[in-house]
Write a protein that binds this ligand. Sequence first.
Ligand SMILES: [Cu+2]
Length: 113
Amino acid sequence: MTALVTRRKVIAGVAATSAALAMPGSVLAAPTAHEVRIKRFAFVPDRIQVRVGDTVRWINEDLAPHTATAESFDWDTGEIVRNQSAEVIVTAEMDTQYFCVFHPHMKGAIELV
Ligand SMILES: [Cu+2]
């Protein structure tokens, strides 16, 4: 049991180091996993602050399907149905303004800090 836990920690450490090395210029902080809930036809929260390498996961709590789609269409979660989620990894180039293609009044922002 103890050996297994130790092994997992070692593997996680290697993965984190590799991710940091793959992103020159980024701060050497572990990536953060952000969650945005979609409910009542809104992104909650509708604005989050992220760093390159972070992940953003959208979780749809509505009956209706939604997407999180860049206003420039350079990234897109695709359709997310009820109780499903989709995630994207933050890149330095990505468009920070997004909306839902099914309900264009739904808007959100991921602000790079
Ligand atoms: Cu929608």
